[in-house]
Design a protein around this ligand. Sequence first.
Ligand SMILES: [Ca+2]
Ligand SMILES: [Ca+2]
Length: 361
Amino acid sequence: MEFSIKGFCGLAGVIAVTLWSCGSKQTAEEKRKADSLAACIADGMPSRAAAIRNASLVTEGAGDSTGMVWISGGKFLMGADEFPDSRPMHEVTVNGYYIDAHEVTNAEFAAFVKATNYKTVAERPLNPADYPGVPADKLVPGSAVFTPTPARVSLDNPLQWWNYVPGANWAHPEGPSSSTKGRENYPVVHVSYEDAAAYAKWAGKRLPTEAEWEFAAQGGKGNHTYYWGDQLKPGGKWVANIYQGSFPDKNTKEDGYLTAAPIKSFPANPYGLYDMDGNVWEWCEDLYRPDYYQKSPAANPKGPSDSYDPDEPGAVKRVQRGGSFLCSDDYCIRYKAGSRGKGEVTSGSNNLGFRCVMDKK
Ligand SMILES: [Ca+2]
Ligand SMILES: [Ca+2]
């Protein structure tokens, strides 16, 4: 059974007060532009920091570059002037690395789970001791699922379209009655940072640094409005899975996809990488701080040593990149080149996935 939005908000309020001071100082405008799931809704979704203690042990794999693209590295201009936390644009050099040509799929994640019996954070029970005052029957495993609103709404409260669905997880993307059958080639979703990092370790890979991710996304083309170029629809065609229509009530699906699309549904970039823009957000390794670019190293930056988001000072966040099928110029414009997303490390949603990188072995 799903929480009603009203019921869920009540639970969320209790959890928010219990865990940390989640009162967001973001303006409605900032929220509208952000939409990294946790940027907008971590203040309303149960955080499973404690569940991390229950993580399965995953043995490190040998690594295999099949399905990966070798990026020889180089110098590029990182960031975007349009966004306060991606300023200043600055020159960065990265060493070479392999990167997955596409987002990690359900089939790939299923192979990992089969081999390791790994339980994702969304599948683990929430410990009542961590949520004093919240009825035990409300502390059920689940994850955030985007649910269109019946009519146009003000965009200042993301809990109007994010629904905490008990039983939603990577294998049941919309809840217990759903499955990934027939969606083996879709990006895995509902993965927290820890889940993504565990998969990467098992595969003998790692998550990309933010700099590696952006260098790969630029595809050697330099700085443009979008990673694919400066026009939203080059030649009149949608070239990434984002959102068309009125958000969040009416998706006109002009690009062909209401939610996630199978991998490789849109053209690859010049490096042969798919869906760097849109489809699902992708976890990066770097901790998030809005001021990091003001002092980050010029060679192989790996992120700050601590996380700090003034909107939610108690939350540990890592960077996410590329935007998702919910992004448009009306809402969540952070699919644009150089922009940054951020996510609370224990949270997942049905528009958040990842891809891996690997060093030369
Ligand atoms: Ca779409
Ligand atoms: Ca993506």
